[in-house]
Design a protein around this ligand. Sequence first.
Ligand SMILES: NC(=O)c1ccc[n+]([C@@H]2O[C@H](COP(=O)([O-])OP(=O)(O)OC[C@H]3O[C@@H](n4cnc5c(N)ncnc54)[C@H](OP(=O)(O)O)[C@@H]3O)[C@@H](O)[C@H]2O)c1
Length: 285
Amino acid sequence: MEYREFGWTGVKTSNIGMGTYYDPTYIIMSRLLSYQRGRDEKLAALKEGLERGMTLIDTAEIYQTEDIVAEAIEGYKRDDLFIMTKVFRNHMRYQNVLKAAENSLKRLKCSYIDLYQIHWPNPRVPIEETMKAMEKLVDDGKVRFLGVSNFSLEQMRRAEEALAKSKLASNQVEYNLKARTIEVDLLPYCEEKDIVILPYRPIAHGALATPEGKLKAVMDEISQKHGGKTPAQIALNWLMTKSKVIFPIPRASRPERILENVGAVGWQLTADDCQRLEHTVTVTT
Ligand SMILES: NC(=O)c1ccc[n+]([C@@H]2O[C@H](COP(=O)([O-])OP(=O)(O)OC[C@H]3O[C@@H](n4cnc5c(N)ncnc54)[C@H](OP(=O)(O)O)[C@@H]3O)[C@@H](O)[C@H]2O)c1
């Protein structure tokens, strides 16, 4: 595994992490029927990642997976891990943020959260109110660092202005070879300020693992050059090669896929490989 400083925080985490959003049906079944489909395999996948040195895990109060994360990390030294969760947009009022964090801590069976993220902006609640609560959590030692998710550059700047003494450590947004909107302004801004980008859907929800046509041909050539790397590994490596502030968090529900994703680190695409990939894909913005 490779470790990098998580932006300006200076904390070293694995360069690649594990996402735990499964799908809306999973969430609904879990909420209404307390049935977590495929729980054992999901747990085994997370444990495999931890065994391989993946210390970065992303969850959210809405995902219904904080308890699986809690079980997976049992027995690991808490300080070696970087646990990230999120408060949902319906909990943006001051008291609701504090309560949501308490509930997440209980489900995670942790005394602190490494990165607490606002899942989506909510224009109906002043960002100052939300950020006041977020900073209270930092003051109380319940949260180490603050992040946002799905915030545009403008929304991010406003969130930063609303903070009295903390700084934003990250923004979690969609980013992959095919979805590159953030390259226009968000990525350069975050690079300048050493703020981490946590790209979600890093393999385009699985699509980049099964490329077709010209992209498949280019990936096959690149794979040969790098000792048989798979399309998913190439897509993930492209993200990490792109910038030192990028920490992808692919989700994988099976241990064998986690193992494959671990193989996305420890080598590097060349500038020419990256250019060829970028020129081959059809970008959606
Ligand atoms: N902040 C937000 O609003 C937001 C939104 C979406 C996602 N996220 C976060 O980002 C994480 C990742 O995003 P995502 O899950 O939407 O998309 P993703 O990681 O790009 O893709 C996940 C899909 O790819 C499959 N996969 C994983 N590794 C693979 C491999 N090596 N080969 C082939 N297929 C592979 C997974 O399979 P299986 O799981 O079936 O094994 C799953 O179907 C989430 O889990 C969540 O933590 C955040």
